[in-house]
Ligand binder design. Sequence first.
Ligand SMILES: NC(=O)c1ccc[n+]([C@@H]2O[C@H](COP(=O)([O-])OP(=O)(O)OC[C@H]3O[C@@H](n4cnc5c(N)ncnc54)[C@H](O)[C@@H]3O)[C@@H](O)[C@H]2O)c1
Length: 373
Amino acid sequence: MTKIAMLGAGFIGQMHALSFMSARMTRDLPVNPELTTLIETSANHALAENVAKRYGWTRTVFDDWEGALAERNHQLFVNAGPNFVHVNPSIVAAQAGAAIFSEKPLASTADEAHRLWKAVEQADVKHMCAFVHRFIPALRLARDMVKAGELGEIWAYRSQMLLDMREPDGRLTWRFIRNQAGGGATGDLGSHHIDVARFIVGEVVEVSGRTMTRLKNPSGDDAAVNDDSFSAIAVLDQGATATFEASRVLAGHALTGRIEIDGTKGTLAFSMERMNELVFTEPNKGPRTIMVTANTHPYGQFSLPVGIQGAHPIGWHDAFTFQAYHMLSAIEHGTSLDPDAATFRDGYRVAETVDAILRSAASRQVENVRFRN
Ligand SMILES: NC(=O)c1ccc[n+]([C@@H]2O[C@H](COP(=O)([O-])OP(=O)(O)OC[C@H]3O[C@@H](n4cnc5c(N)ncnc54)[C@H](O)[C@@H]3O)[C@@H](O)[C@H]2O)c1
């Protein structure tokens, strides 16, 4: 049994609650999560009450997150709050002995992410950062193909994450404000694809970045608004070049997520809108679409037997379910979190990379990404 406490009942908190419930349906080793305590530290009590009722949280705690997390009643703390509450509640929960599952970016700055990683390591609890792309079967297969040498030597990685996250009324929520979210498009969106580059190809060692901010702050304080678009070129530790681009203000994009990996033997291409497919192009063969839905593919037999009815496509929720299962299995069966999942070490390293891109955009210089132990 894993008793869970979670901070945040917003978009992603609801996705996690849904996914913990779905993870129970696995055909793998069984897991037994209990949605014990939902914590809300904003004034939005009505939302938390509604979510607690819909998902079956046993109790809802308002404001006193410290008391709830210090009581040693939970085996897992899920931090699904805004970036600026990622650090202190997670440290308190870790010191009370709970495993920690935190949303990305791990913190608003690399300094804060490093403080969190070190504190949780010192508490000697399991930790996982929610870079959910690692649980999309097509990207897991891409990682396996690259590691098996099927693409040859990797020379280039490129990615784009393009959205329109503007509120219809022009309001700016916490994620648009630098001292609450940290980086904007860089930290919120770029962090995902930076982690995918690290997961499949290699660590980022050098970056050159540019950012743009077009949104205006209704309060008049435009300087408080973080970047709403960025592009960066980078070098990875095994010598490949990488490009990252993301924007949250593009009217023509709902959720464009493109990743391409070029090796000396071929190219892999992934698109979030066709998340069951991986397109493999080899010289003189043209593109070949691999439907990543077979029972031999990652998570191909997770909850339903793949048999006479064929292999059905999956969705974003499934990736969250696989991620939730990975965390629960580590707690209940002692399975390893890494290298398949991102730990807080990965979360910290991505935060360091985001900071380097922002430094480069400000200085207009190439920046090295330096990692602390
Ligand atoms: N892994 C992913 O793909 C993914 C997707 C979306 C969001 N996220 C991450 O999840 C986290 C939450 O994002 P979200 O989209 O759910 O945001 P959201 O604004 O929808 O929800 C945030 C929740 O935190 C609560 N909260 C608690 N303390 C608060 C405070 N002091 N001020 C304001 N709100 C407070 C809010 O009431 C709300 O319930 C962020 O770190 C974000 O980067 C990750």
